[in-house]
Design a protein around this ligand. Structure first.
Ligand SMILES: Nc1nc2c(ncn2[C@@H]2O[C@H](COP(=O)(O)OP(=O)(O)OP(=O)(O)O)[C@@H](O)[C@H]2O)c(=O)[nH]1
Ligand SMILES: [Mg+2]
Length: 200
């Protein structure tokens, strides 16, 4: 009886944890975005942008949104570090892919790195949020233009969305996170990952 009640209590009140990988080529603005997320959701002063250095290891951030606990994994995007990304695919519920919308000369690199992610079996079906970042700059292109440029094929039945954001002024971030939480809550991949986790 106790375990039944405990199970019900856990079902009602425990929060689901989701792992979100933040990917994108170097200088796209991933770590700046992570710091902004902490500021927006934890009311913490994030690291100021001029203190953020290129990522070599892994940065982790945790926030709570409604009934969900999100754990963000921010990895380095320099070419020599991209081979590390795939080590995190298997455990990821979703992927945020950050694009520097102010750097059209790097769109090609960004597109091919993303295509490689999407081809990988271990991240199959993970909802994908593509952020056209740096919208605080007047020369940044729109999310529609980034979408046109990336011209993603083979999205199959993956849930995805493009959004215009800025890791500096925070625009677009909360709406994107709301979409992501909803997508993870209804994705088949989350169901699959849940079924692999032994009940505590
Ligand atoms: N104007 C503007 N600059 C940004 C924004 N986000 C990041 N930057 C700048 O872009 C540069 C790279 O930012 P990072 O957050 O370190 O980029 P990253 O994607 O984490 O880079 P790696 O760790 O090397 O993969 C820095 O000079 C940031 O200040 C933004 O929203 N607007
Ligand atoms: Mg970084």
């Amino acid at each position: 009886m106790f375990s039944l009640m405990y199970g019900f209590w856990k079902y009602m009140f425990s929060k689901t944890e989701f792992h979100v990988l933040i990917l994108g080529i170097d200088k796209a603005g991933k770590t700046t975005l992570l710091e902004k997320l902490k500021e927006l959701y934890l009311n913490l002063e994030g690291l100021p942008p001029d203190r953020i250095v290129p990522t070599v290891g892994l940065n982790i951030g945790r926030i709570e949104v409604g009934n969900a606990k999100l754990v963000f994994w921010d990895l380095g995007g320099q070419p020599g570090l991209r081979s590390i990304w795939e080590k995190y695919y298997e455990e990821a519920h979703a992927v945020i892919y950050v694009v520097d919308a102010n750097a059209p000369t790097r769109f090609e690199d960004s597109k091919s790195a993303l295509e490689k992610v999407l081809r990988h079996h271990d991240v199959q079906g993970a909802p994908l949020l593509i952020l056209a970042n740096k919208q605080d700059l007047s020369s940044a292109v729109s999310s529609e233009e980034v979408a046109r440029y990336l011209d993603l094929k083979k999205l199959d039945e993956r849930l995805y969305m493009f959004e215009a954001v800025s890791g500096f002024d925070g625009r677009g971030i909360k709406g994107s996170v709301d979409w992501l939480v909803d997508a993870m809550e209804r994705s088949k991949r989350s169901e699959m990952l849940r079924s692999r986790t032994p009940a505590a």
